[in-house]
Ligand binder design. Structure first.
Ligand code: ADP
Ligand code: MG
Length: 575
């Protein structure tokens, strides 16, 4: 075929593909336009998952009659005029492509009235061509109706999924914008039935309850706005306490300057903030909002603007990680013992799917003098009450009394936590880890993958007291070990460290160090089944009291179960 210039119609259909992938893309763009127009109340109606019918009605400032047709031209926008404007975009839209793209692949009806004009305009377009324009009455605001999406692009239409799937995508965008703009009242009407309505109270916590229900939404912890030091980055939002978690990352939602974004680094910062607080493979529920000067974030890197590029991504990462970490660390939970009706101590709510009570800061008087944070990882110290050791059960759990009831402490998990924090504190102060040479170097063979992880981190291992060198193949020579591991077998230690590195699979220095230390502490910690003297138990509890995060082991499991005096009274029928 000879080279020729594509017709306007084909060109605009191709361009539309960038912006309009499916019904939810239309909903997203029209919602953004409504928000940019200052709307407070927006109604979204869909039929057949939006494939047949989408209507968005807003009470924003409307479009002046003289500009209505212009709004559908490609690259027509009222939000941007110079190249310099691109550096500080404060509106959701700016590319002037959405209406043109949507109109190119559907039948559109626009009814709009500018706030300062007496009469509105009705405009009908088919495949991007205006087929009708006339005056029309309505209150100030805009209604855009989009019918028969992709009626003229059969290839695209074929790729649309079932009504149910498309409806789910629409509803995801409605939810995102409800969370991004709590003062907005968003109503979603699906096949004539109202399926979602955000309260529009301006309080994010209210939207969270609507979205996640009171059991999850009502239990989330506020991340108080924190201004970054170097550049003004403000992080706010709500995140789950360690007792609430999910099997996927879908519960983590991120917003930058009022825009929902899909950002791996920021997602990772949130997950990282829960490090050691959640069991492996579990993820928090979070809405994290970042505000920053528009010139520090480039929103023009993706056709649908769901990805952004930060001028200083590291600072954003750190700000998010720190803010979330502080929130979570201050609320690490105690897994309660018997639930109100469960009645046995052996089923902690933690494992039975019930949510434990969130840990509340004790009054300042209870044990202030005893509590010294062992290290400063950006965590606020969680002030554990002083405990009186009473005995040991099954050579596995320590029984202790506290100001409010009974505590059962898992000796292995607790000891892991104590050793972990002591060792990290040591390391953070750049003090050499006390290490002990083996009389004879031990040879240890590891599976190939673990061997690769260990080989990559020989220097860090040495820093942490594990002197090891590659002997050949997957065989290592262990020459010395941390003094606290004097009793353990080198092969077991190296295997634990390798397993821990394997779990982390991180190349971030800090995380590699933490993984190694976790591996070491797992082996060094007192085992279940070991009888402890009273002095040993007291030393362990004292160590735990000094920890910044005494309530979970470094792998995120609880170190203790708390049965309050209230729960005891209840169990015994004393009301
Ligand atoms: P962009 O949002 O990138 O400017 P659009 O194609 O989405 O491009 O919209 C083009 C223009 O039409 C907008 O700049 C705005 O002036 C106007 N417009 C679109 N939707 C609305 C609305 N709901 N209320 C008021 N004005 C609107
Ligand atoms: Mg727009």
């Amino acid at each position: 075929m000879p080279i020729h210039v594509l017709s306007d119609q084909i060109a605009s259909q191709i361009a539309a593909g960038e912006v309009v992938e499916r019904p939810s893309s239309v909903v997203k763009e029209l919602l953004e336009n409504a928000i940019d127009a200052g709307a407070k109340d927006v109604r979204i109606e869909i039929r057949a998952g939006g494939k047949r019918f989408i209507r968005i009605t807003d009470d924003g400032h409307g479009i002046p009659a003289a500009e209505a047709a212009l709004a559908f031209e490609r690259h027509s926008t009222s939000k941007l005029s110079t190249v310099a404007d691109l550096d500080h975009i404060s509106t959701l839209g700016f590319r002037g492509e959405a209406l043109a793209s949507i109109a190119a692949v559907s039948r559109v009806t626009l009814v709009t009235r500018a706030a300062d004009e007496d009469v509105g305009t009705l405009l009908r377009l088919e495949g991007g061509e205006v087929v009708e324009e006339r005056s029309s009455g309505r209150s100030p605001g805009t209604t855009v109706t989009v019918e028969e999406l992709f009626f003229n692009v059969p290839a695209r239409r074929k790729f649309l999924r079932t009504d149910l799937t498309e409806r789910r995508h629409v509803s995801a965008w409605v939810t995102r914008y409800a969370l991004a703009y709590p003062d907005l009242r968003l109503t979603l009407i699906d096949e004539g039935r109202e399926t979602f309505r955000s309260p529009g109270t301006g309080r994010l916590e209210d939207v969270l309850v609507t979205v996640h229900g009171p059991d999850v939404g009502g239990e989330l912890l506020p991340v108080y706005p924190q201004a970054g030091q170097a550049r003004p980055i403000e992080v706010s939002g709500f995140v789950s306490p360690p007792s609430i978690h999910r099997g996927s990352r879908q519960g983590i939602m991120l917003f930058v300057n009022g825009r929902w974004v899909n950002d791996r680094q920021m997602t990772y910062a949130v997950i990282q903030a829960y490090h050691t607080f959640l069991p492996k493979g579990r993820y928090p529920v979070a809405v994290v909002k970042v505000r920053m000067p528009p010139e520090d974030v480039d929103v023009n890197v993706h056709p649908t603007k769901v990805e952004v590029r930060f001028r200083d991504g590291d600072t954003v990462f750190r700000s998010v990680q720190r803010a979330v970490r502080q929130t979570v660390a201050s609320e690490a939970p105690v897994a309660p013992g018997a639930g109100r009706s469960a009645g046995t101590w052996s089923t902690p709510a933690w494992s039975s799917g019930q949510r434990p009570r969130p840990w509340k800061e004790p009054p300042a008087s209870s044990g202030d003098s005893l509590v010294q944070p062992a290290l400063d990882m950006g965590d606020r110290p969680v002030q554990m009450p002083p405990l009186r050791v009473m005995g040991q059960i099954g050579a596995t759990y320590i029984v202790a009394e506290g100001p409010d009831g009974l505590y059962l402490i898992d000796q292995h998990a607790a000891h892991e936590r104590v050793l972990y924090e002591e060792m990290m504190a040591h390391h953070d102060r750049d003090e050499p880890v006390a290490s002990q040479g083996l009389l004879e170097p031990a040879t240890v063979e590891l599976p190939p993958e673990s061997a690769a992880m260990v080989e990559e981190n020989l220097e860090t291992l040495q820093d942490l007291g594990v002197e090891v060198e590659l002997f050949g193949g997957n065989v290592f020579l262990v020459r010395s070990l941390p003094a606290m591991l004097a009793q353990a077998r080198p092969s077991e230690i190296l295997a634990d460290v390798a397993e821990s590195l394997d779990e982390t699979r991180s190349r971030v220095d800090r995380e590699v160090e933490e993984a190694i230390v976790r591996g070491i502490c797992k082996r060094a910690a007192v085992k279940a089944g070991q009888v402890l003297t009273r002095e040993e138990m007291e030393a362990l509890i004292a160590g735990l009291e000094r920890c910044a995060s005494p309530r979970t082991c470094p792998h995120g499991r609880p170190t203790m179960i708390h049965l309050t005096t209230g729960q005891l009274a209840h169990q015994f029928g004393r009301h």
